[in-house]
Design a protein around this ligand. Structure first.
Ligand SMILES: Cc1ncc(COP(=O)(O)O)c(C=O)c1O
Length: 412
């Protein structure tokens, strides 16, 4: 983590981060898109403390009422026919599980139906299956002997991949020599995390229809995008389609590690009882944190708030000096500024890093640039941020962009 701004977190409250030396930052990271209801939300803290104090720290194979309530709420939020949930600890476990279930189901239809199709530049986690499904070649070098059955096609992000229609998608599959009867699942991030980039709605709707026609499971990786972040409860709602499986994590608890795969019985029941285990899955303290966090999202209308504040954020970002900003992607309270060299339009990771640094020294905390060529600045504050703080943050960003534009010698 040495690539990040040197902040030694002492505590974080709502949308502010503090060190022990009297410094405070406006947080535009939400940890890593985790603190949707704000850092250390009092109701989340209370739920954690109450569960610990009643001595319910672990139940593993045995149910507990908090877990049951959480699962009920997730099913209520998911569109029918998605009616079952597996709980896990990390986002990677959910994408691994989705791959496993899609392949298992595929083989009930045809022994060769095992292919998992994903998108270039996608990120689905760091474990073996998740990295095979990922679309960032440099992250896969360590695998050396890739597992068979994973293919990636371009993602129509509208900036780096300007024109990629659904017929181009079909062309990519044909070039791989893949017949749809061999494809078990297509997995995509609802927006690509690296650039906060959405696919065109008609592309995803065509994808849904094509998956239906060929009995292919459509999996949305909502690990980063879910729970209000984009101004919808789940970000796939922007496409007006219903997935076959939803991978959730990060913002689900706004705090402790917990994740979930939501799917329909016909897929989720493929594993025998007791066969889909993970020691810390459904931990009652983590479930209590998640349940409280999901209650706050509803009680405080945070989805609507993210949509409204998101409109303001994107409007304000549109006013920045665009000499170095190739594109602004995202919806709701997530945005990706694609920083480019003013003369060539090529991704400029050095300028992006300097902008982040200039924000940091002015009290605005951002991640180190990421995404395509490491040149995207990601904006993702807690959904509880105020309009005033959001606008103040954009002012700071504006100053940082101007400083970097006018002082090229700062950029190394
Ligand atoms: C879209 C997406 N999928 C999966 C993951 C992996 O989640 P985890 O780090 O909890 O394993 C991440 C994490 O950044 C993510 O952004």
């Amino acid at each position: 983590m040495f690539c990040q701004a040197p902040v030694l977190w002492d505590r974080a409250r709502d949308f502010q981060v503090y060190d022990a030396f009297g410094n405070m930052w406006l947080d535009w990271t939400s940890g890593v898109l985790v603190a949707n209801v704000g850092h250390a939300n009092p109701k989340v803290k209370q739920a954690i403390v109450e569960t610990v104090q009643k001595d319910l720290l672990h139940t593993f194979a045995f149910p507990n009422a908090i877990r049951e309530a959480l699962i009920g709420r997730l099913i209520d939020k998911a569109p029918p026919p998605l009616d079952k949930v597996y709980l896990f600890t990390t986002g990677s476990e959910t994408t691994e599980c989705a791959i496993k279930l899609a392949r298992t189901y595929g083989q009930t239809l045809d022994p060769d139906k095992i292919v998992i199709l994903t998108f270039e530049n996608a990120f689905h986690g760091r474990t073996l299956g998740a990295q095979m499904a990922g679309g960032i070649p440099s992250l896969k070098r360590w695998i050396k002997e890739p597992a068979p059955g994973f293919y990636q096609v371009p993602f129509p992000d509208g900036f780096r991949t300007q024109k990629y229609t659904f017929s181009d998608f079909l062309g990519s599959i044909a070039r791989y020599g893949l017949d749809p009867h061999r494809i078990a699942g297509v997995m995509l991030e609802s927006y690509q995390g690296g650039g906060a980039s959405f696919a065109p709605i008609d592309f995803v709707q065509s994808l849904r229809a094509w998956c239906d026609a060929h009995e292919i499971q459509l999996i949305f990786d909502e690990v980063q995008a879910g729970f209000g972040r984009t101004g919808r409860y789940f970000a796939f709602e922007h496409y007006q389609v219903v997935p076959d499986m939803i991978c959730c994590g990060k913002g689900m608890s706004s705090s402790l590690p917990i994740s979930a795969l939501i799917g329909k019985s016909v897929i989720m029941d493929l594993q025998e009882a007791g066969e889909m285990t993970s020691t810390h899955a459904g931990n009652p303290v983590c479930c209590a944190a998640a349940l409280a966090s999901l209650e706050i999202i509803d009680d405080e209308d945070l989805v609507e708030k993210a949509e409204n504040l998101g409109r303001i954020l994107h409007e304000e970002l549109g006013k920045l000096d665009h000499g170095m900003i190739g594109a602004v992607h995202g919806k709701g309270l997530v945005a990706g500024l694609h920083i480019v060299a003013p003369t060539t339009g090529e991704p400029d990771s050095a300028r992006a890093a300097e902008i982040v640094y200039q924000c940091f020294i002015r009290g605005l905390l951002l991640f180190a640039p990421l995404g395509f060529a490491g040149a995207t600045i990601k904006i993702c504050p807690p959904l509880t941020i105020t309009e005033e703080a959001l606008k103040e943050g954009v002012e700071v960003l504006d100053q940082a962009v101007r400083v970097v534009l006018k002082t090229p010698e700062l950029v190394h």
